[in-house]
Design a protein. Structure first.
Lengths: 335, 327
């Protein structure tokens, strides 16, 4: 009972309303439903690739929610950030257009892997699949925002694997020197495809590296929505005035790397079972039920609404045309 | 109109563009107080301040990567890579990212970026201060590649590159920096990217070249005039997009062609030019297409004998043209 009271205090202290929580829960259910659906579409041969975000939802949503509340943030996400993109307004229909490579995909019109390219309406740029390549760009973007007199803070997302890249080091070094308004958000799930963290780095926390660049680094439980939200909110405020913050969100990857991966080759089932206990969706659900913030009827209604929404989005996306071959030559150069 | 060196023309182009447009910034190694190792940005720190003249850490990947990010936001950064030989770490940002940004976002973003790269040899630079890197950029859609040979072209083309909405690799031959002088107007002028120029008119053989060795081609052409061999010299100026019309027009007129570049022979710019001519001017050719290029070795070595052996010199060009004339 004490624990429940403590949790209750936490969510209110973070400034999240009951309405916020229900909205976030419904979004997380939608993300999970899409994650499942994309796997099915992949096995049906319709979606060439799926990049599951299961286990990362609270990290992506808590940080994105803080950025939305701030109202002056810009995102440089990476390929596993489905939940982030939905949180900032990308619709289920658009997600499916993107995964099926259909015309109208808001990021690249069917040119890139899903949800990659740029959606400026949602203040997102994510140019490529090359890990850490977006980090110097995010720093340059944030630097330019300040140069132009804007109050923008950039949130740059990446996995633990990306932290081994030289461009990650270079980006953080420059950001530290120039006190660039950026939040580096590392979604550490402990695996770079098959390579576990102990073979990627000799330290326990990526966040410890921030000290070497002269800015704060913090570790948060990335499966705890409130903790992520609160940490990101503070980080954005700090970044706007004092320069970079590195947030390391410890998350779990509850699926293989992508639909082309078989994690049984390198990950024990016990490890995965252990990880499932930190499923962010279950953690949020349990919290809402314990706090009396979600009734069984509301929960059923959310799932039913999501089921219908996803079904309709799938039907529309499957019926949507592919990009015309005449678009092949468009936008090689800006004119 | 005043006579200026290539490096002075480049400095003038950047200074005028920075005065004209606050979105233009420069960044790179030693571009601040030092004014760049070749003094391309001499006096810029004093004139434009630290916010627009950024001495970066020694890290080429992020020099370009940060410039890409600033360009995505709408600035017009000029990134300086100190020597072409150090550009390799930046290839991911330049070829992997910048070149594909507009296409990969279906035109939602653009990258109005200039990356200035001093390149080329003949200066006793050895293996790591002499390299030619143009073929790698030339191959890649989404970027433009400029390689001027004269001060006049350098100023007008650099201004065009800065105002262009695409990533432009601006290749400056180091040996031309102070060696080549010429008239440069004081006033603002732009030379459009993608336009070659006939630098010397002739009727019997076309020589197609760019950069430092274009000047050697001019020397060879003048020398052969006295022997009654009429040589036309085409300076490509922009490598990508290449000016097919000027190249084809000249070769259709002369019927013989020599392509000269300092870069390695295999897969070089000349190979593509030869392919264009073979495809589109085959019926006009009176002799096989000839190439005089740097040999397929990692680049020109340090020792003077070896460097001399590598370089396409005026003498080698004259010899090749005599052979073609006799064909």
């Amino acid at each position: 009972m004490d624990e429940v009271i403590a949790l209750g205090r936490r969510h209110e202290a973070a400034g999240l309303t009951h309405e916020d929580l229900l909205s976030l829960y419904a979004t997380m259910v939608l993300v999970r439903a899409l994650d499942e659906l994309i796997l099915v579409l992949n096995r049906q041969g319709k979606a060439p690739i799926g990049i599951p975000c299961r286990g990362h939802e609270a990290a992506q949503m808590g940080s994105a929610w803080a950025a939305l509340k701030d109202g002056q943030c810009f995102f440089f996400p990476y390929y596993r950030d489905l939940a982030l993109k939905i949180t900032v307004g990308v619709s289920a229909h658009e997600v499916l257009l993107s995964f099926l490579g259909k015309a109208g995909d808001p990021f690249s019109n069917g040119r890139q892997f899903p949800l990659q390219g740029a959606d400026l309406r949602r203040r997102i740029i994510q140019l490529s699949n090359v890990v850490a390549a977006g980090l110097p760009q995010a720093v340059g973007y944030a630097w330019a925002c300040r140069y132009l007199g804007e109050k923008t803070v950039v949130l740059a997302y990446f996995g633990d694997g990306a932290t081994s890249e030289g461009e990650c080091h270079e980006a953080m070094n420059f950001a530290g020197i120039h006190r660039v308004p950026i939040v580096f958000f590392c979604e550490n799930n402990g695996y770079a495809i098959s390579v576990p963290q102990r073979k990627q780095m000799a330290i326990e926390n990526v966040a410890d590296r921030a000290a070497a660049y002269g800015f704060p680094g913090i570790v948060v439980d990335g499966t705890d929505l409130f903790e992520v939200y609160e940490a990101t909110r503070r980080a954005i405020e700090h970044a706007r005035v004092n320069g970079p913050v590195l947030i390391e969100a410890k998350v779990e990857r509850l699926s293989p790397h992508t639909t082309d991966d078989d994690d049984r080759r390198y990950r024990s089932r016990e490890d995965l079972e252990q990880a499932r206990r930190r499923d962010p969706l279950q953690r949020l659900r349990q919290y809402l039920l314990q706090e009396g913030l979600l009734t069984a009827e509301q929960e059923a209604a959310i799932w039913e609404r999501v089921r219908r929404q996803v079904e309709e989005a799938t039907r529309q996306a499957e019926e949507a045309p592919y990009p015309s071959a005449t678009t092949l030559w468009e936008h090689v150069y800006a004119s | 109109m005043g006579e200026k060196s290539v490096i002075e023309a480049i400095r003038e182009a950047m200074r005028e563009e920075m005065q004209r447009d606050e979105r233009v910034i420069v960044l790179g190694e030693d571009v601040g107080a030092r004014g760049g190792v070749f003094l391309a940005t001499q006096g810029f720190l004093e004139e434009f301040g630290e916010a627009r003249v950024i001495d970066t850490p020694l890290a080429e990947a992020s020099i370009v990567g940060i410039a890409v990010g600033a360009a995505l936001k709408g600035l017009r950064p000029i990134a300086e890579i100190q020597f072409a030989d150090f550009a390799w770490p930046a290839f991911n940002q330049l070829l992997g990212e910048a070149a594909r940004a507009c296409y990969g976002s279906f035109g939602h973003v653009r990258v109005p970026l200039v990356v200035r790269i001093p390149y080329g040899g003949g200066i006793r630079g050895g293996l790591y201060h002499s390299q030619n890197v143009e073929a790698y950029f030339f191959h890649t859609p989404g970027i433009k590649v400029v390689a001027p040979a004269t001060p006049y072209d350098a100023k007008g083309l650099l201004k065009a590159a800065i105002r262009d909405d695409n990533p432009v690799v601006f290749l400056e031959h180091k040996k031309t920096y102070r060696l080549v002088r010429g008239d440069v107007p004081e006033e603002d002028y732009i030379l459009p990217l993608g336009k070659a120029e006939v630098k010397h008119e002739g009727s019997q053989i076309t020589v197609i070249s760019y950069g430092l060795v274009m000047h050697y081609c001019l020397q060879a052409a003048r020398k052969l005039t006295s022997e009654g061999i009429s040589v036309e010299v085409v300076d490509l100026r922009t490598l990508r997009p290449v000016d097919r019309e000027t190249v084809l027009g000249s070769v259709r007129k002369t019927g013989k062609v020599l392509i000269v570049h300092e870069d390695n022979r295999t897969g070089g710019v000349g190979a593509e030019i030869a392919a264009i001519l073979a495809e589109e001017a085959f019926e006009y050719l009176d002799a096989p297409i000839r190439r005089l290029c740097g040999p397929d070795i990692p680049t020109m070595p340090f020792a003077p004998t070896l460097e001399e052996a590598y370089m396409p010199t005026t003498e080698k060009i004259v010899a090749a043209l005599r052979e073609l004339a006799a064909y």
